[in-house]
Design a protein around this ligand. Structure first.
Ligand code: HEC
Length: 172
């Protein structure tokens, strides 16, 4: 295992243990099913780090097609389908980004908290930059190039959803 994999696995097992003991101790409505779902979700980065990326298909057929050329700005922000994009984006985020970036975009420490992205065109530019290039340091892939696995429509839908939960929008 690479050091990254080890670090990720360690972080994950710690997070899982804490999450489960918290759930058990406080008998929150999350319950056992929730805890199991959480484990499944948090275990996902191990698959990523092996290079065997298993992206989840996102159903975007009802959203306006965007073509192959990448847009500079989120096309769904001021769009009749804005709300549909938010719905699709929330689901697409859960299946493709939450494993690293955290449930509800609240980072558990593995990757940056995406609620901190700026709303509007400036944040769009950074978002596009990262999802179309991925992130690498010292030859290690920190984030795969997500646009290889997730469609432009789904990625802008994710961005649309992220803006609804951003710190700028919610104030927290
Ligand atoms: C394998 C884990 C992993 C997955 C999966 C992943 N990311 Fe990332 N992402 C990272 C890491 C780690 C960074 C920080 C990279 C760095 O420090 O250079 C990052 C950075 C980012 C950034 C820049 C954040 C900032 O504050 O600068 C954006 C935007 C982003 N990711 C979006 C996404 C989206 C959208 C998805 C899902 C479609 C996704 N990521 C999936 C690990 C991941």
């Amino acid at each position: 295992m690479t050091t990254l994999t080890k670090t990720i696995s360690k972080t994950i097992s710690k997070t899982i243990t804490t999450a489960i003991s918290k759930t058990a101790a406080t008998k929150t409505p999350i319950g056992q099913a929730g805890a199991i779902a959480l484990v499944a979700l948090l275990a996902a980065p191990m698959a990523w780090s092996h290079g065997s990326v298993t992206p989840q298909a996102v159903d975007t057929k009802d959203l306006e097609r965007l073509g192959d050329e990448w847009r500079e700005e989120n096309p769904y922000r001021d769009h009749p389908q804005h709300d549909l994009a938010v719905d699709i984006g929330a689901r697409a985020y859960n299946s493709n980004c939450a494993a690293c970036h955290g449930l509800e975009a609240k980072s558990g420490g593995i990757a940056p908290d995406l609620r901190e992205l700026e709303n509007g065109p400036w944040g769009d530019e950074w978002f596009k930059e990262l999802v179309t290039n991925g992130a690498e340091r010292n030859g290690r892939v920190l984030m795969p190039r997500m646009s290889d696995y997730v469609s432009q429509e789904a990625l802008w839908a994710i961005r649309t959803w992220l803006e609804t939960v951003s710190i700028e929008t919610t104030g927290q």
